[in-house]
Design a protein around this ligand. Sequence first.
Ligand SMILES: [Ca+2]
Length: 84
Amino acid sequence: MTIIYHCAVRTGSSHVFWLGASDWGQDGQFYWLRTGQNVAYNNFAAGYPSGGRAESCIYVWGDGLWYDQFCTVADVRPLCQTVS
Ligand SMILES: [Ca+2]
């Protein structure tokens, strides 16, 4: 997660990253869509998550913090993990 934080901060406010986690099943219970595992660590901004049932996707903004937003936010960049 440190790498994600630094990557987001380095890009400033020009890019928003989607983390691949959601709370679609139960509001406030975030899980990784790929594995179904609960999100054990978070770096939400103060006051977030705040979107209730309407905002179910987590994004990292240029300050490196997490925000829940609508899952239809446009022009976001996904974060991908590769096996080396
Ligand atoms: Ca939510």
